[in-house]
Design a protein around this ligand. Sequence first.
Ligand code: HEC
Ligand code: HEC
Ligand code: HEC
Length: 406
Amino acid sequence: MRTILAVIALCSAVAGAALAAEPSPELIAYGKALVEAGDCAGCHTADPAKPFAGGKRIDTPFGAIFAPNLTPDRDTGIGAWRDADFTRALRYGIAPDGSNYYPAFPYPYFTKMTKDDTLAIRAYLATLAPVASRNKPPELRWPFGYRGLMRLWNAMYFKPGLFEPDQSKSAAWNRGGYLVTGLGHCGACHTPKNYFGADRDAQALSGNEVGGWFAPRLDGAVRTGLKSWSEEDIAEYLQSGRNAKSHAGGPMAEVVVNSTAKMSDADVRAIAIYLKSLPSTRRETIVTPPDDAEMKAGQAVYAKLCIACHEADGSGAPRIYPPLPGNALLQSNNPSSTLRIILDGALTVTTPRAPNTGEMPGYAKQLSDDEIAAVTNYIRNSWGNAGLLVTPAQVARARKSQASGE
Ligand code: HEC
Ligand code: HEC
Ligand code: HEC
């Protein structure tokens, strides 16, 4: 009898503890918002019918890695993980078996996250439907297939540690810094990388090429950075995917749809405040304008094919046809995003705040490498713009990367 009572007491104590540990709806909702701010789905969802079940191929300069299954399936997902395993994976890039992850998983940014935030994320992920889907091994070039190398990489380049608030700055600035440098991992695309794929910290957010696109400068550079954007402009771009200055295309359109369009007004405003505080980390290149023959050739193409939408003076129609004068992305040293859009065309991304779409035709078939180079040079160097000369060989390379889908 006494044993039975003891067992009952024990059981109810365990049940009580389990109940107390049951995450609240508020915690789960908070975790969901963090998962959106970190764009976990952008990599971990390959098939929209199986959210977070992994399998998506992530191409890196060192080969391909497949994002793993984050659903609570105990065999193939992370259902059997302890909370501590989860926090360690996110904050230190170390797997439960002690092996190292590759930094294609943005743990070098997620390390800035508090333990509580990682646990809120875990609480949300635990509410997902478990999906049985086995993780695929990476396909990396020798010698990168050897995970042990990542210990060396971490020793050289990984700086673990929480985001350190700057007490002299506002709460909004600090929130923005936490999102940009931590959870939002903006630098994964916007910060130049060294030979080993690590961020060049001294040039943080000063622009970088990703998958055939150029993620432009987010610092205070005048011509090619965000100097001419107001906080309002940045917030609108992040929430709507466009503003009166530019439209989000390529990988940024995905970031907007999965992540920044879902952020609260306060969070996008915080990001804008933080970005507007960044000085220009690198001097902008002084540009020699193209010669008259090149400008004439470019103008002929522009007058024939582009003015119907972009107007002779490049002014376009804000939020429908992005204006070309003063356009920072267009004047960037690296023309990849501009070449992508002229070659492939684009469908304007839609978001709840900006539901109407628009279309830019692609000119890959119609125009030669010389013509595309000329029109690109023309729009990069008209109406007060200045952009480095683009060569037909660069256009040819951009065409190839389109063909291989890189
Ligand atoms: C840019 C793509 C990318 C984003 C964004 C991303 N991950 Fe991942 N994640 C990966 C890749 C790739 C791996 C596997 C790394 C490896 O195999 O070394 C990974 C691994 C993981 C693992 C280890 C899983 C296992 O089975 O070992 C966890 C946990 C994880 N990610 C959680 C998250 C969470 C939570 C977020 C959002 C806050 C997130 N990831 C955002 C690419 C990403
Ligand atoms: C997956 C890569 C990727 C990530 C992550 C990313 N960006 Fe971008 N971003 C880009 C690319 C590429 C462009 C250029 C878009 C285009 O071609 O239209 C861009 C453009 C932008 C622009 C427009 C700048 C201009 O001058 O037109 C802003 C602002 C921006 N990103 C902010 C952010 C912020 C803030 C974050 C983090 C929350 C972020 N991005 C994360 C790839 C990325
Ligand atoms: C039928 C209308 C139309 C025509 C013709 C057109 N465009 Fe566009 N263009 C657009 C639209 C719409 C966008 C925005 C696409 C998006 O939202 O990603 C755009 C975007 C652009 C951008 C990117 C600007 C930014 O900040 O996002 C450039 C550069 C550009 N066009 C150049 C050209 C050139 C050069 C030509 C002629 C060879 C041309 N366009 C012809 C409609 C047009």
